[in-house]
Design a protein around this ligand. Structure first.
Ligand SMILES: CC(C)(COP(=O)(O)OP(=O)(O)OC[C@H]1O[C@@H](n2cnc3c(N)ncnc32)[C@H](O)[C@@H]1OP(=O)(O)O)[C@@H](O)C(=O)NCCC(=O)NCCS
Length: 177
């Protein structure tokens, strides 16, 4: 099946309003690594975050996911970039639920993986996913992520410690596709 087209572009300050709105959907943010308060981020916090991403002062390479109609539907990032060992951690959210289950997550991940392996010269791109985030786990397996192990009580979510699965994709596995 052909994946839908997406463009990954740098964040701009005008994305702050969309981002604030996308983070109001409790189903979207349930499994995201965010504070347990609601909303997870104020408008000011959202703007500050975007400015930090634009200025590359927070260690994140975070990009906006755009459809071919130029609709901003979510974000994907690489962080914990370990240049010495050539690996980084991926995170993703399709924040507009009407775009779930249509291949947009896979398409955005593929673009980010390609960028990470080509532009950042990484050898491995890994991620952490909460053990009960079945939708995301299915998506990651579908694109070829391999399970590395269980990180016990790795996330404090609403006062409860939750295990996370660590998964990864090697450059050689990605290029094989
Ligand atoms: C996890 C997440 C990024 C997955 O994104 P997604 O776009 O919904 O998922 P995918 O790209 O894998 O979509 C694949 C589905 O689309 C279907 N699909 C429809 N058209 C398709 C196409 N052209 N190409 C590929 N798949 C297509 C597939 O059959 C599959 O359906 P299924 O899951 O019912 O089997 C998204 O659900 C999300 O943002 N969740 C909330 C935040 C979150 O949990 N992030 C991860 C934290 S670790």
């Amino acid at each position: 099946m052909e994946l839908p087209y997406v463009e990954l572009r740098e964040l701009t300050l005008t994305d702050a309003d969309d981002r604030y709105q996308l983070c109001l959907d409790k189903e979207v943010i349930k499994h995201l690594n965010m504070p347990s308060k609601y909303p997870p981020f104020s408008r000011k916090e959202t703007e500050d975050w975007i400015i930090a991403c634009m200025n590359k002062t927070n260690g994140y390479q975070q990009k906006a996911i755009m459809t071919k109609e130029e609709k901003h539907i979510g974000w994907v990032d690489l962080k914990n970039i370990d240049k010495l060992n050539k690996h980084a951690e991926l995170g993703i959210a399709i924040g507009d639920k009407t775009y779930w289950g249509k291949g947009y997550g896979l398409s955005a991940m593929k673009e980010m993986l390609r960028w990470g392996f080509d532009q950042l010269d990484l050898n491995k791109i890994w991620l952490r996913v909460e053990i009960d985030n079945l939708k995301a786990i299915t998506s990651y397996k579908r694109i070829g992520y391999v399970e590395e192990g269980i990180l016990r009580q790795d996330r404090l979510r609403n006062g409860e410690f939750v295990d996370r699965i660590r998964m990864s994709m090697l450059r050689s596995e990605f290029l094989d596709k």
